[in-house]
Design a protein around this ligand. Structure first.
Ligand SMILES: *Cc1c(COP(=O)(O)O)cnc(C)c1O
Length: 394
């Protein structure tokens, strides 16, 4: 077993050696700027356009609908800000959910300061939005629905196809943050009525700092980054050629192995959940049991402080997270756990374990064995737990 047990794959993943290998020539040999005119530039351009075509094929889009970006956050910002900008004569109302990634939530909050109105839909106890509520929220001035494909904290998968149908019926654009979903579960923009979709290379064993935004042909979009004529004059800046090649290679591998990886991860995920629920009292598993990312486990341990638990797991060589990389270090409980109805004190005791395609059952067992011991130890020092047990015994 590895010295390091890395169960934070929703935060980022290890780049596959085959991906590194595919990228290397584009640093030292084919280092040309694909926008230049000589044949040497054409080599880089050709490789980049092949990557675009490949990615388009993976999501059911046309190559001209794939725009390379600097990652998931940029794609989210661009999609939302550009639709807000270009459709404001139709209206200034946007619909999203309370459990979005901060790249979406903070962009929406920023737009509110600029005079837009945003409806933040509630989710049920499993983290799923209500389609009826969504439809009721649509107004004549609604220009965009932005709802994530799969949640990064609790792993819940939203009814994307149905959301897309509602959006289309009411002639409202639909953006989905598919950063956790793409290359992990089947995604198809055509079948799912998606107009704009964000993805990020480093969430599926590709490099960091590269992502893409799918923009359906015909949607009016203005640049987020102004400058050169790259990406049909919509995203300026010299192309990250090696990153683009790496992202396409990573997607190719992840999608070829999707069924197999999904089956393996689901099995280990359910084993983890089962053991935790069987062997540790006063726990709550967060997120939908079935409509869930194959590699996501999110559990609250009552009478335990999540951040301290993470530090103790770290001492055992286990990398886990309290929910999202963005809130760690702050004392605020996760907005996702609050949105599914957990009280503050329970939301504080959460741990997220996210698996990779190389996680083994042996590693999972090591993690549960340690969790059990640490949680027990922490509770034995907790006056709240002591009170709780005494009251129970009375
Ligand atoms: C990681 C993540 C992002 C941000 O992607 P970056 O490439 O790190 O900017 C956005 N949305 C979700 C759901 C994520 O998990």
């Amino acid at each position: 077993m590895n010295d390091l047990i890395y169960l934070d794959n929703a935060a980022t993943t290890a780049v596959k050696p085959e991906v590194v290998e595919a990228m290397l020539p584009y640093f030292t040999e084919v280092y040309s700027n694909p926008s230049s005119v000589y044949r040497f530039a054409g080599k880089a351009k050709k490789a980049m356009e092949d990557a675009r075509e490949q990615i388009a094929g993976f999501v059911g889009a046309k190559p001209a609908e794939i725009y390379f970006t600097g990652g998931g956050s940029e794609s989210d910002n661009w999609a939302i800000k550009a639709v807000a900008e270009n459709y404001r004569e139709k209206g200034k109302h946007i619909i999203t959910s309370k459990i979005e990634h901060h790249a979406v939530l903070h962009t929406c909050e920023w737009l509110e300061k600029k005079g837009y109105e945003v409806t933040y839909l509630d989710v049920d106890e499993n983290g799923i939005i209500s389609l009826e509520e969504l439809e009721r929220a649509i107004r004549p001035d609604t220009i965009l629905i932005t709802i994530m494909f799969a949640n990064n904290e609790i792993g819940t998968i939203e009814p994307v196809k149905e959301i897309g149908e509602i959006a289309r019926k009411h002639d409202v654009l639909f953006h989905t943050d598919a950063v956790q979903a793409f290359a992990h579960v089947p995604v198809n923009v055509e079948e799912m009525n998606i107009d704009l979709m964000s993805a990020s290379g480093h969430k599926f064993y590709g490099p960091k700092g590269i992502g893409f935004l799918y923009i359906k042909n015909g949607i009016r979009i203005s640049p987020l980054i102004h400058g050169g004529a790259q990406e049909r004059s919509r995203r300026a800046g010299t192309h990250n050629v090696s990153g683009i090649i790496g992202m396409a290679k990573a997607a190719e591998i992840a999608i070829a192995d999707m069924e197999e990886n999904s089956r393996k991860e689901t099995e280990i995920r359910d084993h983890l959940i089962h053991r935790i629920e069987q062997e540790i009292p006063y726990v709550r598993v967060n997120g939908h049991r079935e409509k869930r990312l194959p590699g996501n486990v999110n559990v609250c341990f009552r009478f335990v402080e999540g951040e301290s638990l993470l530090i103790m797991l770290d001492q055992k060589g286990i990398c886990a997270s309290s929910g999202s990389a963005c809130t760690s270090g702050s004392l605020d409980p996760s907005h996702v756990l609050l949105a599914i109805g957990l009280p503050h004190e329970i939301a504080h005791g959460s741990v997220r374990l996210t698996l990779s395609d190389t996680t083994t059952r042996e590693e999972a067992d090591y993690v549960v064995d340690n969790l059990k011991e640490i949680v027990e130890r922490m509770r034995s020092m907790s006056p709240l737990y002591d009170d709780f047990i005494k009251r129970k015994e009375d």
